[in-house]
Design a protein around this ligand. Structure first.
Ligand code: IGP
Length: 272
């Protein structure tokens, strides 16, 4: 059993409990369901955007506790001030130490920045939750979904007006998703996760290998294991516009300052 299998098993139980506590019909009635989202696609593609999707992540199955002392509001506001194009907030509690309230707080504190609900989405109910909590976009992880589920969840996300980041790890997952005829209508960004779910080893080569296979209709996002301006430039040259970064910032006592330093490094690279 892989870690992903364990996470999904737990997630299905969690979703069943949540549905029993707050029925979907109640979520549908919340005013946030009608809200127009901040576009991550637009924010990442805006002229001069850093493309950085800065993540708030307290712990992970691969690293254990990364940071359990920083505050979600101060950190996400600091990220935005330092140049983050988007925010990513973990809402999975058992494995990543996140919670819905982190997302709700990050949303309220950063009204004009796109916020990603980072979780393991296996049921349309979680999309309703994401919209109700104020998320602008959601992650769909190909490794834990069938192409049919990607389609159903993508369509529901679009009904709710959410943007979708589809995550793949290899050629097989990517090709299976690209075979979904409606994909350009239901997915906005395709992310390549550099972290192997089996070994937890991150290799930026994964993103570089898959870059040309991703059609230009999608914003390309490189995910995980990123920390240097040099690597970001290499990825940019390969066609990536978005960079999902968590640990490199969160492992420091001042995550926003770490982001600011990376942005300063990147600017120096482009001007030299
Ligand atoms: O902390 P890193 O190595 O910068 O990685 C961030 C992000 O890519 C990673 O947290 C992530 C990518 N896909 C996920 C899916 C679920 C949970 C977490 C993730």
């Amino acid at each position: 059993m892989t870690i992903l299998d364990r996470i999904v098993e737990k997630k299905l139980t969690e979703v069943a409990q949540r549905k029993a506590t707050i029925p979907a019909q109640s979520l549908e009635k919340l005013p946030t369901i009608q809200r127009t989202v901040n576009s991550a696609r637009a924010a990442i593609q805006a002229a001069g955007s850093t493309g950085i999707i800065a993540e708030f992540k307290r712990k992970s199955p691969s690293k254990g506790v990364i940071n359990d002392s920083v505050d979600v509001i101060a950190t996400t506001q600091g990220y935005v001030k330092a140049g983050a194009a988007c925010l990513s907030v973990l809402t999975d509690e058992p494995f990543f130490g996140g919670k819905p309230d982190d997302l709700i707080k990050a949303r309220a504190a950063n009204p004009t920045t796109p916020v990603l609900r980072k979780d393991f989405i296996v049921d349309p109910y979680q999309l309703l939750e994401a919209k109700a909590w104020g998320a602008d976009l959601v992650l769909l992880i190909a490794a834990c979904l069938t192409p049919d589920q990607v389609k159903v969840l993508g369509m529901e996300a679009k009904r709710l007006g959410l943007e979708v980041l589809l995550e793949v790890h290899d050629e097989e997952e990517l090709d299976q998703c690209l075979a979904i005829e409606e994909l350009p209508q239901i997915v906005d960004l395709i992310g390549v996760n550099n972290r192997s779910l089996k070994t937890f080893v991150t290799s930026v080569e994964t993103s570089l290998r898959l870059a040309d296979r991703i059609p230009s209709a999608f914003v390309k996002v490189a995910e995980s294991g990123l920390s240097s301006a040099t690597t970001i430039q290499v990825l940019r040259d390969a066609g990536f516009e978005g960079f999902l970064i968590g640990e490199a910032f969160m492992k420091t006592s001042a995550p926003a300052e770490a982001l600011a330093a990376l942005v300063a490094d990147s600017l120096m690279q482009t001007s030299s």
